[in-house]
Write a protein that binds this ligand. Structure first.
Ligand SMILES: [Zn+2]
Ligand SMILES: [Zn+2]
Ligand SMILES: [Zn+2]
Ligand SMILES: [Zn+2]
Ligand SMILES: [Zn+2]
Ligand SMILES: [Zn+2]
Ligand SMILES: [Zn+2]
Length: 1755
C-alpha cells in the first residue's frame, strides 16, 4: 500500500501540507466578513484536494480535507485544540434518551408485538437485548437500510420505551430543558456562524445545476481545463446493459466496467472518463446513443472537475456536521435552527426546505448523506422534529409530485421520511389539526389518479410497465395515510373532529370514484376478445383495505364523529344511486299473498360491478352504530328514516348474484379476469371490506324489511322468481328434457341462493351484528380452518385476515381451541382442533372455499365415524343477534321461505331426476336445522311472560295450502327418512326429527304438565334395527372406497419413493438386491473367526443370485458369467480432510500413490445398491444419452444430471450416479488354489523374500528400459541375475474373468480415475489402480467415521446400500489388477513396500509421518497378488496379507508413538503397570534411542498404552471392515452390538495379539532395523525438533461449524460483514460456509472470480477449495441452507432454525424469533458425512424442475 501511495503523496502541493488549521482559524476569528473569508479558502483549496485525476483517492482526499478544510472549522468552533474542545463539550453534554441508531443494510431490527404502537417501531439489537421486550412476543426483520432505532421514544412503545442503557436519568426528561444552557455564549455564537456558512455552502453546491460554471463566490482565477464524464444511475437499465455500454463507450475492461457499474448503483453516480471537454463529450454521446434505443437513455453529464470537487467536499461536509453534533445536544440544536431558519426568499427558503425540494434532482449518494444528517439532527431533537414535520407537511404535495417523476426507489426518496412523523401519534394529530394532513394526502392521491370515466369513476387502462411503475408510487400515499391513522386518538378535540370529518369527506370522494368501477356485462355468444383490465382496481382496493377499516375504527371511538360519518356516507351512497328508481316501470312480485314492487334489473343482462366501497363502508358504520348502541340512545340523530332498505341491498345483492351466476357457469365467456376478481372478492386479503361487508349490508336490509319482500326480490335477482312462483314447475321441467343445461344452471343458482340465506341468518360473529366479541370471531375462524385439517402456525396465519399491525389476534385464542403438536426431524409443528370444539363446526361457514368446504365435510364426517357417532353435521347453536338485527331470524319462518323449502322437499319426494339436487336438499335440511336450533334457543332462554313469536315447528307441521295441497314439511321429511336414494342425508333427517320432537316436548312442558318421553324413545328404538342394516351397507361402501384408494396409492408410490428414499431402500433391497445371507448367520462358531492370514476362517462357497432391476431376470454372480453391476456415484471429497487449503494443483502431475494422513483430496464411492446387467445398463445409458441430445437441441435446458460427464439416474430410485461397480465373488478365493499351509515363512523371512523379488524386478525393469539391449540379451541377464527361488517374473497369469466383467472393471476404474483426478479418462494411465485402491480405502474410512461418530457398532446392521457398496467396492479394487498392466501394479507394490522396508532406492518416498497407514495397507494388500502370482515358492496370498498387515500395524504404532500428544492431562493411572504398559514403555525407549533422544521422555507406560490403543483403534476398525469385505469372513457377533470398544475382539478377528506390542517382540531384529530406518529420516528429525507439524492420532472427526442458538446473532454477525472486494460495502447476500465458517459475499458481481474459464460467484469459487466442488452454506439474510455441487447443480434446503411453532422461516418473511434445532443441524451434518449432498441436490432438482434453471454458479 505504502509504495503505491508514495508517488501520489509527492504530487501533493506543498502549500497544502503547510497549511495550518490553527492559523487559518485564527484568521477567521479576526475576519469582518467571515463568509467571504471562508468561501475564499474553499475556492482556493477544494479543487486542489479533490478530483485530481480519473480515479478518486479517498484516503488521500480525506487526509487533506481534514488537514486543510475541516481542521480550521473545528479550531474555529472550539476556539482551541479541537481534541480538547470536543471532549469538554462531550462531558458537559446531557445526552438525549433517544437511541437513534441508524440501521445499516441487513442489520437485524426488532419489534415487540405486545408493546410497539405500530410495526414500524423498532429497536436495534443492543437496545432490544437490554429491554423488557426480549421476553415478549417479538418479531425480527433485517433492515433494508435507513430508519433508526426507536428506543427512548415514549410515543413508540406502550410499555418499556427505554432499554437499560437509555433509561438513565429518565426523571429529567419531563422538563423540556433547552440543551443550549450547557454551552458557553462564545461557542454558541461561533457555532451559529460556522454552521450557517458551511450548511449553506453544502446546500448550494449540491443543488448547483450548471455543468461547467461554479457559483460566483467560488469561481477561481486560474481554472484548469479538466472535465468528468459523469454517469448517473437509474432504475430502467440493468447491470448488464450498463457494463456492456461502458466497455464500448470508454473502452475499458469488463472488470473496470463492473467496478463503474457497482459504484453507480451504490452511490448514484461515477465518473467514467476524465480529460478535456471534447474527450468526455464523446464518451457521453456513445453512452446516450447506446442506451437510448428502447428506453430513456442513461443520464450522463460532462461536468467541470472543480464542480465535482466542491460537490464531493459538500458531501464530506454534511457527514462532518453529522459527526460534530454528536458531541453535544446543544450543537445539534444550533444546527437544527440554522437548517430551519427561513432564508431571504421567504416561504420554503430554509436550507432544509431547499434540500427537500431538490431531492429528486440529487443523485443517490447525496440523498443518502443528507437524509442521514436529517435523521441524526432534526429527528433527534423533539422540538425541531415537530417544526421539521410541519415543513414536511407543507411541502407534501410538491414532494410527492417530484417523487412521481423521480426514477429512484422510495427508500432513497425524502418522501420515505414520512414514517418518522406520521407514525408518531402526537405529531400525526398535530399535523391533522394544523395542516389538515389527512385531506392533503387524500387529495394528493386523487390528483395522481386522473383517469375517470363518464360517471367520474376511476378508469384504469391496460396495465403497461410505466403505468405500473407510476401506480406503485401512488400507492405510497396510501401507506402515508395508513401511518397517519395507525395510532387512534384517545381524546377528541372539536378541531380534531372537524379535520377528521373533513378528511373523511375527502375519503368518501375517493371511494365514490371507486363505487361501481370496472363494470362488466355478461358476454353471450362469443368469448371476449381481450381480457379487461382488473388488477389495478383490485390493487387499489387491497391497499385501501386497512385504511377503510381504520377509518371505521376512528369513527367508532367517538359517537359524534360516528353519527356525522354515517350521515355523510349515506348521503354519498344516495348520490351514487342517484336516479336509481327512475326510468322504467317497476315490476310487482307476489307470492303466498305477499307482494312487493321492485325495479327491473337483470344481472345477467346489464352492467354490474364488484366494487362497492361506499355501500360497504356504510355497512361497517351501521354495525358500529349497532355495537356502540348509539342507535338506541340517540335514534333522533340518525337519518334512519332516510334509509331505503331496497336501495341498500340492491348493489350488494347484485354482486352476490354475480358470484352465483359465475359459479353456475353463466359467465364462462367473460374469461379469466372475472374469475380472478371473484377469487379476490372472497380472498382473505380483501374479504373484510368486500364480501363480508356485502353480507352485513344484506343483513342490515333484511332486518329492516318484511322478509317475504326480501326473499321475493332475491328470487327475482337470482332470476328464479318464475320457478318458485309457478306451481308444478318441477313436473313441467322434467317433461321438457331438452333444457338440460338450463335446468342444471338453475339448480346451481337455487343452491347458491339457499347458501346465501344460510349465511344471512348464520353469520353473526361480527361484533355488532351478533352478541359476540372479537375473540369469538377469531376463534370461529380458527375452528373452521382446523376443521379442514391440522395446520401449522404460518398456514393458519395466512388463512386469517391481518390487521394494519399485521396481527391476526390468533395467539390470544388458539390455546382455547387447539392443541399444539411438536414437529419431528422434518415437517412442522401442527395445531389440531380440540375435540370439544367440533360441535361449533358449521358446514356452511361463509369463508370456506368450495374445495375447503368439501374437505372439511369429509374430515368431520370421518371424525364422527371414528367416534362411532352418527354422521349428521347439524348447524351449530348460534349466539343471539344484536337488537338492531334481531328481526333477521324471521326470514326462516317467513311464508316465502317455507314455500321454497316445501317446494324443494316436494321435488325430492317426487325424485324426478333433474330438478332437485342433493346439495339443494342438504341446504334445505340445514336451513330447517337452523330454524329448529333458533326455536329451541328461544324456548330455553325465554323470559317469564314473554310470548314466543318464533313458531317454526308449528308451521312445518301444517300441510301446504291450496292449490297443490302438498303434505307438511314434517310429513315429507318423515317420508324421505326411508328413501333409499338419500343414504348420505339420513343421519341429518333423523337429527331434525329428533330435535323437532325435543322442541315439542319443551313447548308442552312449558305450557302444561310434563309429558311422557315415550314418543322419542319409541322412535329411537324402532330405528335401531334399521341402523344395523345401514351400518352394514355403509361398511360395504367403505370397503369399496378403500379398494379404490389402494389403487390410487400404488399410483402415488413413485412419489413416495422419492420422498422416503432411505426407508424404501432398506425394505426393497430384501428382494431386489443381493440376497445377502452371508453376514448375519455365521456358519462357523463366533469364537475364533479370523478374517485374514493362513488361519483365515474358511467360509463355504455361497452362491449368490441377484435380479436385474431393468429386465427382472435373475442371475448368479459367477466369475465367468455376464457382469452384473451396481449403480455408483464417485466424487471427490474433503469430508475427512484435516487441511482444506490443500487441493490438487496440477492433476496431470499429481501422484496419488501415497495418501497423506491429513486425508485431503479423497475420492469417495457411493451406491444406491441397485443391481443391473452390465449390458442392460449400457443400453439404458445409451438411451438416456440419446434422449438428452435430442432434448438439448430442442430446448437448451440443464437437467439435474450431466450426461456428458457420464451421469445418469438410477433407473429404479433416481439416485444420481456416474458409473457402475461390477459385482464379484471374493476375488482371493479364485487365486487361493495354490494354498499351502504347511511351511509358511515368518515375517522376517517373508520380508527378505519379498525384498529379493523386488530387487530382481527392479534390475529387470532397468534392463528393459535401457534401449540398446536386445530382447535376447535381456533374457541372458535374467539368467545371470540371481532370481529368488520359485520366482518366475516372466509368468503371466490368465485372467479368470469373463470379457464383460473385465470390461466393467475397466469402466469403473477409469471413472474413479477421471473423477478423482479431474482428468480426461485414460485407462492406460498407471495411476488408475492407485485411484481404485484409494477410493476403496477412503470410502471405508469415511464409513468407519460415521459409525464411530454415531456410536454405532462396527458390524451392526448397516443399511443394505452401504453394505453392498463396500463389498463390491472392496472386491472390485482387489480384482482390478487383473485388467491393469502387471508390471505397473508390481511397480506400485514395490514403491509402497519400500516406504516401510528400504530395499531399493526409489528416490523420493514419503517418511512414515506423511503416510496414511490404512491407505498404505489397502494398496499393499491389493497390489500384492501381482507379485505373488509369479511366486511359485509356496508362499500363500494369506501369508502375505498377514505379514503386510502386521508390518503396517507396527509402522502405525510407531507413527502414533512419535506423534502422540505427551501431555498427561491429569488423568491418574488406575492400577499397577501391566504387561502392555511395560512392553510399550520398552518400545518407546527403543524409539527414543533411535531418534537420538530427540523424543520426549515419557514417564508413564499407562498413558502410552492408552494413547496407542486409542490411536490405533480407527485403523483396526477400518482394517476389520476391509478384510471382512475382502474375504467374506463373517464378523464376530460381539462386534455387531455397541457398548464396548471391542479391542480384543478386533484383535482376534484380525489375527493380532491382544498386546499389540508383542508384534515387535516377536520380530525383534528386523523391527529394530526398520524402526531405525524410519526414525533416521530427516523429516522425522525435523518434526522432533519442532520444525514441522504432523498429524496425531486418533484423528478428530470433522464437524460443521458451531451455530449460535439465536438466529439474530447470526444476522448481526453478517450485518457487520462487508464485501472483501469493494472496500467496505455491505454485502447483499452474506453467506456462511457451514464447513469452514468463512463468510462470503455471494450473488454479486463484486466477488465473481474466474474458475476454469467461467465467471463464478463467491460460493461456487469457495466450494472448489473448501469442498472439492461440494458446498454447504447458510444464506444468512434468507435463512436458507444452500447445497452446491459443481457449477450447475444446487438446491435450497430447509434451515436448522425453527420458531416457537416448530416452523422454519425461509426468506425471514414472518420474523418470528428463530432458534437452532440441533437435531436438524445434525441431519445436515450427516448428509455431509455420508457424502449425500450431491444426491440430495439431484432429488431436489428432479422433484422441482425450477431449481434446474437457476444459475447456481453465480451464487
Ligand atoms: Zn438502539
Ligand atoms: Zn436503547
Ligand atoms: Zn414488549
Ligand atoms: Zn438385465
Ligand atoms: Zn437405485
Ligand atoms: Zn468453507
Ligand atoms: Zn462482494
Amino acid at each position: 500500500m505504502a509504495s503505491e501511495l508514495e508517488p501520489e503523496v509527492q504530487a501533493i502541493d506543498r502549500s497544502l501540507l503547510e497549511c495550518s488549521a490553527e492559523e487559518t482559524a485564527g484568521k477567521w476569528l479576526q475576519a469582518t466578513d467571515l463568509t467571504r473569508e471562508v468561501y475564499q479558502h474553499l475556492a482556493h483549496y477544494v479543487p486542489k484536494i479533490y478530483c485530481r485525476g480519473p480515479n478518486p483517492f479517498p484516503q488521500k482526499e480525506d487526509m487533506l480535507a481534514h488537514q486543510v478544510l475541516l481542521g480550521p472549522m473545528e479550531w474555529y468552533l472550539c476556539g482551541e485544540d479541537p481534541g480538547l474542545g470536543f471532549s469538554k463539550l462531550e462531558q458537559t453534554n446531557k445526552p438525549s434518551h433517544l437511541c437513534g441508531r441508524v440501521f445499516k443494510v441487513g442489520e437485524p431490527t426488532y419489534s415487540c408485538r405486545d408493546c410497539a404502537v405500530d410495526p414500524t417501531c423498532v429497536l436495534c439489537m443492543e437496545c432490544f437485548l437490554g429491554s423488557i421486550h426480549r421476553d415478549h412476543r417479538y418479531r425480527m426483520t433485517t433492515s433494508g437500510g435507513g430508519g433508526f432505532c426507536d428506543c427512548g421514544d415514549t410515543e413508540a412503545w406502550k410499555e418499556g420505551p427505554y432499554c437499560q442503557k437509555h433509561e438513565l436519568n429518565t426523571s429529567e426528561i419531563e422538563e423540556e430543558e433547552d440543551p443550549l444552557v450547557h454551552l458557553s455564549e462564545d461557542v454558541i455564537a461561533r457555532a451559529y456562524n460556522i454552521f450557517a456558512i458551511m450548511f449553506r455552502y453544502a446546500v448550494e453546491i449540491l443543488t448547483w445545476e450548471k455543468e461547467s460554471e461554479l457559483p460566483p463566490d467560488l469561481e477561481m482565477v486560474e481554472k484548469s481545463d479538466t472535465y468528468y464524464c459523469m454517469l448517473f444511475n437509474d432504475e430502467v437499465h440493468t447491470y448488464e446493459q450498463v457494463i456492456y455500454t461502458l466497455q464500448k463507450a470508454v473502452n475499458c475492461t469488463q472488470k473496470e466496467a463492473i467496478g463503474f457499474a457497482t459504484t453507480v448503483d451504490r452511490d448514484g453516480r461515477r465518473s467514467v472518463r476524465y480529460g478535456d471537454f471534447q474527450y468526455c463529450e464523446q464518451a457521453k454521446s456513445v453512452i446516450v446513443r447506446n442506451t437510448g434505443r428502447q428506453t430513456k437513455p442513461l443520464k450522463v453529464q460532462v461536468m467541470h472537475s472543480s464542480i465535482v470537487a466542491h460537490q464531493n467536499f459538500g458531501l464530506k461536509l454534511l457527514s462532518w456536521l453529522g459527526s460534530i453534533i454528536g458531541y453535544s445536544d446543544g450543537l445539534r440544536r444550533i444546527l437544527c435552527q440554522v437548517g430551519l431558519q427561513e432564508g431571504p426568499d421567504g416561504e420554503n427558503s430554509s436550507l432544509v426546505d431547499r434540500l427537500m425540494l431538490s431531492d429528486s434532482k440529487l443523485w443517490k449518494g447525496a440523498r443518502n448523506v443528507y437524509h442521514q444528517l436529517f435523521m441524526s439532527s432534526l429527528l433527534m431533537d423533539l422540538k425541531y422534529k415537530k417544526l421539521f414535520a410541519i415543513r414536511f407537511a407543507k411541502n407534501y404535495q410538491q414532494l410527492q409530485r417530484d417523487f412521481m417523476e423521480d426514477d429512484h426507489e422510495r427508500a432513497v426518496s425524502v418522501t420515505a421520511l414520512s414514517v418518522q412523523f406520521f407514525t408518531a401519534p402526537t405529531l400525526a394529530r398535530m399535523l391533522i389539526v394544523e395542516e389538515n394532513l389527512m385531506t392533503i394526502i387524500i387529495k394528493t392521491f386523487m390528483d395522481h389518479l386522473r383517469h375517470r370515466d363518464a360517471q367520474g369513476r376511476f378508469q384504469f387502462e391496460r396495465y403497461t410497465a410505466s403505468q405500473a411503475f407510476k401506480f406503485k408510487r401512488v400507492q405510497s400515499l396510501i401507506l402515508d395515510l395508513k401511518y397517519v391513522l395507525i395510532s387512534k386518538p384517545t381524546e377528541w378535540s372539536d378541531d380534531l373532529r372537524q379535520k377528521f370529518l373533513e378528511g373523511f369527506d375527502a375519503f368518501l370522494e375517493l371511494l365514490k370514484c371507486m363505487q361501481g368501477m370496472d363494470p362488466i356485462t355478461r358476454q353471450v355468444g362469443q368469448h371476449i376478445e381481450m381480457e379487461p383490465e382488473w388488477e389495478a382496481a383490485f390493487t387499489l382496493q387491497m391497499k385501501l383495505t386497512h385504511v377503510i377499516s381504520m377509518m371505521q375504527d376512528w369513527c367508532a371511538l367517538d359517537e359524534k364523529v360516528l353519527i356525522e360519518a354515517y350521515k355523510k356516507c349515506l348521503a354519498v351512497l344516495m348520490q351514487c344511486h342517484g336516479g336509481f328508481t327512475d326510468g322504467e316501470q317497476p315490476v310487482t312480485l307476489s307470492i303466498c299473498g305477499h307482494s312487493v314492487e321492485t325495479i327491473r334489473y337483470c344481472v345477467s343482462k346489464e352492467k354490474v360491478s364488484i366494487h362497492l366501497p361506499v355501500s360497504r363502508l356504510l355497512a361497517g358504520l351501521h354495525v358500529l352504530l349497532s355495537k356502540s348502541e348509539v342507535a338506541y340512545k340517540f335514534p333522533e340523530l340518525l337519518p334512519l328514516s332516510e334509509l331505503s332498505p331496497p336501495m341498500l341491498i340492491e348493489h350488494p345483492l347484485r354482486c352476490l348474484v354475480l358470484c352465483a351466476q359465475v359459479h353456475a357457469g353463466m359467465w364462462r365467456r367473460n374469461g379469466f379476469s372475472l374469475v380472478n376478481q371473484i377469487y379476490y372478492y372472497h380472498n382473505v386479503k380483501c374479504r373484510r371490506e368486500m364480501f363480508d361487508k356485502d353480507i352485513v349490508m344484506l343483513q342490515t336490509g333484511v332486518s329492516m324489511m318484511d322478509p317475504n319482500h326480501f326473499l321475493m326480490i332475491m328470487l327475482s335477482r337470482f332470476e328464479l322468481y318464475q320457478i318458485f312462483s309457478t306451481p308444478d314447475y318441477g313436473k313441467k321441467i322434467s317433461s321438457e328434457a331438452s333444457h338440460k343445461d338450463l335446468v342444471q344452471q338453475n339448480s346451481t343458482l337455487i343452491e347458491e341462493m339457499l347458501y346465501l340465506i344460510i349465511m344471512l341468518v348464520g353469520e353473526r360473529f361480527c361484533p355488532g351484528v351478533g352478541q359476540v366479541n372479537t375473540a369469538d370471531e377469531i376463534k370461529r375462524e380458527i375452528i373452521h380452518q382446523l376443521s379442514i385439517k391440522p395446520m401449522a402456525h404460518s398456514e393458519l396465519v395466512k388463512s386469517l385476515p391481518e390487521d394494519e399491525n399485521k396481527e391476526t389476534g390468533m395467539e390470544s385464542v388458539i390455546e382455547a381451541v387447539a392443541h399444539f403438536k411438536k414437529p419431528g426431524l422434518t415437517g412442522r409443528g401442527m395445531y389440531e382442533l380440540k375435540p370439544e370444539c367440533a360441535k361449533e363446526f358449521n358446514l356452511y361457514f361463509y369463508h370456506f372455499s368450495r374445495a375447503e368446504q368439501s374437505k372439511a365435510e369429509e374430515a368431520q364426517r370421518k371424525l364422527k365415524r371414528q367416534n362411532k357417532e352418527d354422521t349428521a353435521l347439524p348447524p351449530p347453536v348460534l349466539p343471539p343477534f344484536c337488537p338492531l338485527f334481531a328481526s333477521l331470524v324471521n326470514i326462516l319462518q317467513s311464508d316465502v321461505m317455507l314455500l321454497i323449502m316445501r317446494t324443494i322437499l316436494q321435488w325430492t319426494v317426487e325424485h324426478n331426476g333433474c330438478v332437485w339436487s342433493e346439495s339443494m336438499l342438504q341446504r334445505v335440511l340445514h336451513l330447517i336445522g337452523m330454524a329448529l336450533q333458533e326455536e329451541k334457543q328461544h324456548l330455553e332462554n325465554v323470559m317469564e311472560e314473554h310470548v314466543i313469536t318464533f313458531t317454526f315447528t308449528q308451521k312445518i307441521s301444517k300441510p301446504g295450502e291450496a292449490p297443490n295441497n302438498s303434505p307438511s314439511i314434517l310429513g315429507m321429511l318423515e317420508t324421505l327418512q326411508n328413501a333409499p336414494y338419500l343414504e348420505v342425508h339420513k343421519d341429518m333427517i333423523r337429527w331434525i326429527l329428533k330435535t323437532f320432537h325435543a322442541i315439542k316436548k319443551i313447548r308442552e312442558s312449558s305450557s302444561t304438565s310434563p309429558v311422557t318421553e315415550t314418543e322419542g324413545t319409541v322412535m329411537e328404538e324402532s330405528s335401531k334395527d334399521k341402523d344395523k342394516a345401514e351400518r352394514k351397507r355403509k361398511a360395504e361402501i367403505a370397503r369399496l372406497r378403500r379398494e379404490k384408494i389402494m389403487a390410487q396409492m400404488s399410483e402415488m408410490q413413485r412419489h413416495f419413493i422419492d420422498e422416503n428414499k432411505e426407508l424404501f431402500q432398506q425394505t426393497l433391497e430384501l428382494d431386489a438386491s443381493i440376497s445377502a445371507v452371508l453376514d448375519n448367520s455365521p456358519v462357523v462358531s463366533d469364537m475364533n473367526l479370523t478374517a485374514l492370514g493362513p488361519a483365515q476362517t474358511q467360509v463355504p462357497e455361497q452362491r449368490q443370485f441377484v435380479t436385474c432391476i431393468l429386465c427382472q431376470e435373475e442371475q448368479e454372480v459367477k466369475v465367468e458369467s455376464r457382469a452384473m453391476v451396481l449403480a455408483a456415484f464417485v466424487q471427490r471429497s474433503t469430508v475427512l480432510s484435516k487441511d482444506r487449503s490443500k487441493f490438487i494443483q496440477d492433476p496431470e502431475k499429481y501422484d496419488p500413490l501415497f495418501m497423506h494422513p491429513d486425508l485431503s483430496c479423497g475420492t469417495h464411492t457411493g451406491s444406491c445398491g441397485h443391481v443391473m446387467h452390465a449390458h442392460c445398463w449400457q443400453r439404458y445409458f445409451d438411451s438416456v444419452q440419446a434422449k438428452e441430445q435430442r432434448r438439448q437441441q430442442r430446448l437448451r435446458l440443464h437437467t439435474s444430471y450431466d450426461v456428458e460427464n457420464g451421469e445418469f439416474l438410477c433407473p429404479l430410485c433416481e439416485c444420481l450416479s456416474n458409473t457402475v461397480i461390477p459385482l464379484l465373488l471374493p476375488p482371493r478365493n479364485i487365486f487361493n488354489s495354490r494354498l499351502n499351509f504347511s511351511d509358511q515363512p515368518n515375517l522376517t523371512q517373508w520380508i527378505r523374500t519379498i525384498s529379493q523379488q523386488i530387487k530382481a524386478l527392479q534390475v529387470l525393469r532397468k534392463e528393459e528400459s535401457t534401449p540398446n539391449t536386445s530382447l535376447s540379451k535381456n533374457l541372458e541377464n535374467m539368467d545371470q541375475l540371481q532370481l529368488p527361488e520359485g520366482f518366475r517374473p516372466n509368468f503371466h497369469p490368465k485372467n479368470p474373468y469373463s470379457e464383460s466383467i473385465k470390461e466393467m472393471l475397466t469402466t469403473f476404474g477409469t471413472a474413479t480415475y477421471k473423477v478423482g483426478l479431474k482428468v480426461h479418462p485414460n485407462e492406460e494411465d498407471p495411476r488408475v489402480p492407485m485411484m481404485c485402491w484409494g477410493s476403496c480405502a477412503y470410502t471405508i474410512q469415511s464409513i468407519e467415521r460415521i459409525l464411530n461418530d454415531e456410536d454405532k457398532p462396527l458390524f451392526g446392521p448397516l443399511p443394505c446400500r452401504l453394505d453392498d457398496c463396500l463389498r463390491s467396492l472392496t472386491r472390485f479394487a482387489a480384482a482390478h489388477w487383473t485388467v491393469a498392466s502387471l508390471s505397473v501394479v508390481q511397480g506400485h507394490f514395490c514403491k509402497l513396500f519400500a516406504s516401510l522396508v528400504p530395499v531399493y532406492n526409489f528416490g523420493d518416498l514419503p517418511c512414515i509421518l506423511d503416510i496414511d497407514m490404512f491407505h498404505l495397507l489397502v494398496g499393499l494388500v491389493l497390489a500384492f497378488p501381482a507379485l505373488q502370482c509369479q511366486d511359485f515358492s509356496g508362499i500363500s496370498l494369506g501369508t502375505g496379507d498377514l505379514h503386510i498387515f502386521h508390518l503396517v500395524t507396527m509402522a502405525h504404532i510407531v507413527q502414533i508413538l512419535l506423534t502422540s500428544c505427551t501431555e498427561e492431562n491429569g488423568m491418574d493411572q488406575e492400577n499397577a503397570a501391566g504387561e502392555e504398559e511395560l512392553a510399550v514403555l520398552a518400545l518407546y525407549k527403543t524409539i527414543h534411542q533411535c531418534t537420538g533422544s530427540a523424543l520426549k521422555e515419557i514417564p508413564s507406560g499407562w498413558h502410552l498404552w492408552r494413547n496407542v490403543r486409542a490411536g490405533v483403534m480407527p485403523f483396526l476398525r477400518c482394517s476389520a471392515l476391509f478384510f471382512h469385505y475382502l474375504n467374506g469372513v463373517p464378523s464376530p457377533s460381539e462386534t455387531q452390538a455397541s457398548e464396548t470398544s471391542h479391542f480384543e475382539h478386533l484383535c482376534n478377528y484380525l489375527s493380532l495379539p491382544n498386546n499389540l506390542i508383542c508384534l515387535f517382540q516377536e520380530n525383534k531384529e528386523i523391527m529394530k532395523l526398520l524402526i531405525e530406518s524410519w526414525c533416521h529420516n530427516t523429516e522425522v528429525k525435523r518434526y522432533l525438533e519442532g520444525e514441522r507439524d504432523a498429524v496425531s492420532y486418533p484423528r478428530e472427526s470433522n464437524k460443521l461449524i458451531d451455530l449460535p442458538e439465536d438466529y439474530s446473532s447470526l444476522i448481526n454477525q453478517a450485518s457487520h460483514f462487508s464485501c472483501p472486494k469493494s472496500g467496505g460495502d455491505k454485502s447483499r447476500a452474506p453467506t456462511l460456509c457451514l464447513v469452514c465458517g468463512a463468510l462470503l459475499c455471494s450473488q454479486s458481481y463484486c466477488c465473481q472470480t474466474e474458475l476454469e474459464g467461467e465467471d463464478v460467484g463467491a460460493c461456487t469459487a469457495h466450494t472448489y477449495s473448501c469442498g472439492s466442488g461440494v458446498g454447504i452454506f447458510l444464506r444468512v439474510r434468507e435463512c436458507q441452507v444452500l447445497f452446491l455441487a459443481g457449477k450447475t447443480k444446487g438446491c435450497f434446503y430447509s434451515p436448522p432454525y425453527l420458531d416457537d411453532y416448530g416452523e422454519t422461516d425461509q426468506g425471514l418473511r414472518r420474523g418470528n424469533p428463530l432458534h437452532l434445532c440441533r437435531e436438524r443441524f445434525k441431519k445436515i451434518q450427516k448428509l455431509w458425512h455420508q457424502h449425500s449432498i450431491t444426491e440430495e441436490i439431484g432429488h431436489a432438482q428432479e422433484a422441482n424442475q425450477t431449481l434446474v434453471g437457476i444459475d447456481w454458479q453465480h451464487l
